[in-house]
Write a protein that binds this ligand. Structure first.
Ligand SMILES: NC(=O)c1ccc[n+]([C@@H]2O[C@H](COP(=O)([O-])OP(=O)(O)OC[C@H]3O[C@@H](n4cnc5c(N)ncnc54)[C@H](O)[C@@H]3O)[C@@H](O)[C@H]2O)c1
Ligand SMILES: [Zn+2]
Ligand SMILES: [Zn+2]
Length: 361
């Protein structure tokens, strides 16, 4: 029996989101229905609403979520009703060319639920990142559910489902930050602060936070930044070099994703250092640089999709560190709101007033 639940949808480009009734089918083979306990409001939800991702409206928004499995479909053996899970958008397939070569964090064929969720009139919904968790319940592929310690706070651990994991992973998976490294992070939103927290976890010795907003720099210190640079107050590259004996940082992470921030990352890095692009540029952005600089500075230039995470490996590990007081996930939660508050949360995000607003059910 399909169920009717409340959910937040975006009907059309730029239109305010709407609270409506969503029809959630019973789970089919390989699927699970999850009762959502908490779901963070991410920049990507706003991108969907603005038509910046694709135009497959209406979208069922929300994708940084934790909840409890309500029911599972045929053939699901590793998940049972009652399991506490964080939802992910990388349910690895195990058989695509990336998976076969032992690099499943690049999986090119991730799983989502096969059946659609719909409006009452039968209109199919496109769930954000294949999740759609601004809803009392959602239907996902069972591989999108990662079991974690049920004693953890849902509003905090749900954030591992997207932005915070992307940031942590940009530092520790993609960037390979290691004990003693110097790291600079440009852009200290949820993603950048995740990168700062990740760099601290693995023992980076110097962690330099760069932002244009002094409030963000204050918060960044709480996550582990040892130095801060206000990008409006001078040359970012020189400031990073000054803090690193004139050489530049071993790893620089661009968590903004603009040509000017990427260039800063490129030149603020030591010879043979690493640049990680985790912020997402828009299709119109272009870069023009002397090719010789790429050669003569060496090193590695990488992009980070979802922090190159493997949910089954990384979520439980990070939840353990959180439970032990070694990773302050709570500090990412600026406020808890109701489903009705998503539109207002977009506004606060736009003004930089919050790291994350989290819908709590
Ligand atoms: N790669 C991935 O898998 C992945 C996953 C989630 C989000 N993202 C992307 O990461 C980016 C950051 O996301 P977020 O949630 O942290 O966003 P956010 O808006 O919360 O944070 C961006 C931060 O950058 C700062 N900033 C803006 N321009 C700057 C500049 N020129 N120099 C320095 N700082 C500047 C802002 O003040 C803000 O603090 C977005 O582009 C988002 O789409 C990527
Ligand atoms: Zn695969
Ligand atoms: Zn997100």
């Amino acid at each position: 029996m399909a169920q009717e639940v409340k959910g937040v949808i975006a009907r059309g480009k730029g239109q305010p989101v709407e609270l409506t009734t969503v029809v959630v089918p019973d789970p089919g083979p390989g699927e699970a229905v999850v009762k959502i306990q908490a779901c963070g409001v991410c920049h990507t939800d706003l991108h969907y609403r603005e038509g910046g991702i694709n135009d497959e409206f209406p979208f069922l928004l929300g994708h940084e979520a934790a909840g409890v499995v309500e029911s599972v479909g045929a053939g699901v053996t590793d998940l049972a009703p009652g399991d506490f899970v964080v939802l992910n958008w990388r349910a690895v397939c195990g058989s695509c060319r990336a998976c076969r070569r032992g690099k499943p964090w690049y999986c090119f064929s991730t799983f989502n639920a096969a059946q659609p969720m719909t409006l009452q009139d039968g209109t199919k919904l496109s769930p954000a990142l294949g999740i759609g968790a601004f809803a009392e319940k959602t239907l996902v592929h069972s591989g999108q559910c990662t079991k974690v310690d049920p004693a953890a706070r849902a509003a905090a651990v749900g954030l591992l489902g997207c932005g915070v994991m992307a940031g942590v992973g940009a530092a520790i998976n993609t960037g390979g930050v290691a004990r003693g490294d110097s790291v600079a992070v440009i852009g200290c939103g949820g993603v950048g602060d995740g990168a700062i927290a990740g760099a601290r976890i693995v023992g980076a010795s110097k962690i330099i936070a760069v932002d244009t907003d002094p409030r963000k720099l204050e918060w960044a210190k709480g996550f582990g930044a040892t130095h801060t640079i206000n990008a409006r107050e001078g040359d970012v590259v020189e400031a990073i070099q000054e803090l690193t004996d004139g050489f530049g940082a071993d790893v620089v992470i661009d968590a903004v994703g603009r040509p000017e921030t990427w260039k800063q990352a490129f030149y603020a890095r030591d010879l043979a250092g690493t640049v990680v692009l985790v912020g997402v540029p828009t299709p119109d952005m272009k870069l023009e640089m002397p090719l010789i600089d790429f050669f003569s500075r060496g090193g590695s230039l990488k992009s980070s999709w979802y922090g190159d995470c493997l949910p089954t490996r990384d979520f439980p590990m990070l939840v353990d560190l959180y439970r032990q007081g070694r990773f302050d996930l709570d500090a990412f939660v600026s406020e808890e709101i109701a489903l009705e508050g998503v539109e207002a949360a977009f506004e606060k995000m736009h003004h930089g007033d919050v790291l994350r607003s989290v819908v709590v059910f």
